[in-house]
Design a protein. Sequence first.
Length: 41
Amino acid sequence: MWKEEQGQLVQHFEFKDFVQAFDFLKMVADLAEEHGHHPEI
């Protein structure tokens, strides 16, 4: 569930292994680049 902390939206994700986490991060990075927005991760 998303929550607000110090004026920012925050979400905690857990993955079964490094590869799954890396694949998710790659997807987020690609979307961020496409939209010209680079979130703190």
